[in-house]
Design a protein around this ligand. Sequence first.
Ligand SMILES: [Mg+2]
Length: 236
Amino acid sequence: MQTLPQGAPRVVLLDIEGTTLPVSFVHDVLFPYARTHLALFLVQHGGDATVQAALAQTAELAPGVPPLEQLERWMDEDAKVAPLKTLQGLCWEKGYARGELVAALYPDVLPCLRALHAAGVALAVYSSGSEAAQRLVYGYTAQGDVKALFSGFYDLRMGGKKDAASYSAIVAQAGWHAADVLFLSDIEAELDAAAQAGLRVCQIARPEDGTVAGTRHPVTTSLPEAARLFGLPGEG
Ligand SMILES: [Mg+2]
């Protein structure tokens, strides 16, 4: 294990969409996959307890509407409703397991994560996708299952990504020191919140995502560049 320079971050906390994975993957691949496959999924798995609970919850939220019709309406509206999120997650799980879905990480991501991990830097995820969805992304990349690189998966149960308190809660739960943590995201408002909680931050402005570079924090276009900026190894 290499020795990290004094003062370098000990932890790198990463956003997913727009940071390690194109934003388009969620909107152009995952959401349409669930929209296309949900009806058949419900036919095949309607007897599962989790599915039944999600359908009952749907019926409760939209009395008198057939659950599938309501779920499709929510998908068309891009509504964030708990039973829909559950069913979409289950649908994606089948898709990944069948090889119909593969998380195409940006090519610079895995070499950088491996180099950081090998250097003893702890890696963790903080994304608005559920913990289950995060595990699917890193469980089914084009390079295979790389979940073992991460020591933590944090989602909106920790709070919103634009609230400083969420970052403080993650740091406290993980037992880190805020100043030892580098948070990487494409969204400047998330970086504002993390910085307010005492974390170090860097914006990843991917040209492929059309990310607008902010002015309040350091900006790079890739993970290795960000790592090097903070004295960390960028690749193996
Ligand atoms: Mg993002």
